[in-house]
Design a protein around this ligand. Structure first.
Ligand code: SAH
Length: 393
């Protein structure tokens, strides 16, 4: 039998249903498991803790899928998890949502597996050896014949930590010849599932885009790190007088322009700026530009906990300049998608930025990912996205 025995005292997190076994907790490995093999995890005294998937290369040596001894990892378990994930979305999402996350890794009992839906196209991303091993079973349970296409976007850097090479390709069906378009609220977004960032779109910000749209009427808006124009288009649809949108990626801005055209917005209402946001915010300030509403949604500055100090400086800097760019009575919507930076730390970084910007900022709302990106209660690491809505005077 393939078995992983833990060191004394290291069974506690598993008993609390945390699904990861770190390499440092492992006492002994029996049966020479290979990457992707199922193992039984036992305590130092030999008690059953869980059925998991082994990854010899990763710091996360085992990802546990089942805490029930009588339920090993097989096609039936994967199919049940997929069915649960789909049923959950029908409960928490408003009817008619066309683009959403169907499977969100650990929170859906499928560690490292992400599946996003864009209308009739699915995009699968395997971020772990466990997801890699059980990908085909999960896809089968999603009834690939019911979709126009199932695309795989397992081309993310985290795979290297598990010794997995990047992979991208069509698993089923065919992508439409015309751009794939999804409607969210009053906006039509083109989604590039082949070359776009993540699986093509930032689905986690759906509710926050709606909030920005609701606050944008008549406002002069700045969208820093705009990508394909998620917040920019939401603000325009919400009646913004003008939006200044910054991104350093030419591809992202091309996509954003195409999105503005797709919705028939007057080009005169948007200024696209291809530049580094750190420099761009300073340049706007130096030029005397000021805004009523600013969105700051940067990439993950802290990929791991080792990067927290450097990331904190970057978050402080962009928020400092964003706050300086606000007119009195303006609003800042600011985000971090670094899992290593929790809500409390993020708020204290932004508080430091407000002191340096010499403004008074009050928290009007605490923002998080949309409900199709749930967090498993025993797995707080899953709460990667946090944000603040601030009133600034
Ligand atoms: N707000 C977007 C998602 C932003 S993702 C949405 O809701 O869809 C982060 C974006 O920051 C990416 O598009 C990336 O190209 C851009 N980016 C990364 N580093 C940057 C920098 N230094 N300056 C400006 N943009 C940057």
């Amino acid at each position: 039998m393939k078995r992983v025995a833990l060191k004394p005292g290291r069974e506690k997190s598993l008993r609390r249903r945390h699904p990861w076994v770190f390499s440092g907790a492992v006492q002994r490995v029996d049966g020479a498991p290979q990457r992707g093999d199922s193992v039984v995890v036992v305590s130092s005294t030999g008690e059953f803790l869980g059925h998991g998937v082994y990854c010899p290369k990763s710091q996360i040596r085992v990802r546990v899928l089942s805490f029930d001894e009588a339920t090993p990892i097989d096609e039936a378990l994967i199919a049940a998890r997929v069915a649960d994930a789909l049923a959950f979305r029908t409960r928490v999402l408003a009817p008619g949502v066309q683009a959403c996350r169907l499977i969100h890794g650990e929170a859906d009992g499928l560690p490292g597996l992400v599946v996003d839906r864009y209308d009739d196209v699915l995009v699968v991303q395997c971020q772990s050896a466990a997801a890699e091993r059980w990908r085909d079973a999960a896809v089968a349970a999603l009834e690939p014949g019911a979709w126009r296409a199932v695309m795989e976007r397992s081309d993310v850097e985290v795979r290297a930590l598990e010794g997995l090479a990047p992979r991208r390709g069509l698993l089923h069906g065919a992508l439409p010849d015309a751009p794939l378009v999804v409607t969210e609220g009053a906006v039509r977004y083109r989604v590039d599932v082949v070359a776009g960032q993540k699986t093509g779109f930032f689905l986690d910000q759906r509710d926050n885009r709606a909030l920005v749209a609701a606050c944008a009427d008549g406002r002069d808006v700045l969208d820093a790190f705009c990508y394909s124009g998620g917040f920019t288009l939401a603000a325009l649809a919400g009646g913004a007088a003008h939006v200044t949108a910054i991104d350093s990626s030419a591809d992202a801005l091309a996509q954003a322009r195409a999105n503005a055209a797709e919705n028939g917005f007057d080009e005169a209402r948007v200024a696209w700026r291809e530049e580094d946001a750190f420099a761009g915010l300073r340049a706007l300030h130096a030029a005397g530009r000021r805004f009523d509403l600013v969105v700051v949604d940067p990439p993950k500055f802290a990929p791991t906990s080792r990067h927290v100090a450097r990331a904190a400086r970057a978050y402080k800097d962009v928020n400092l300049w964003a706050l300086k760019l606000l007119r009195p009575g303006g609003q800042l919507f600011t985000f971090s998608c670094s899992g290593a930076i929790d809500e409390a730390l993020f708020a204290s970084i932004v508080a430091g930025a407000a002191v340096d910007a010499a403004v008074t900022a009050r928290i009007v709302g605490r923002l998080t990912a949309a409900p199709d990106h749930p967090v498993a209660l025993p797995f707080p690491e899953g709460a990667y996205l946090c944000g603040l809505r601030l009133d600034v005077t």
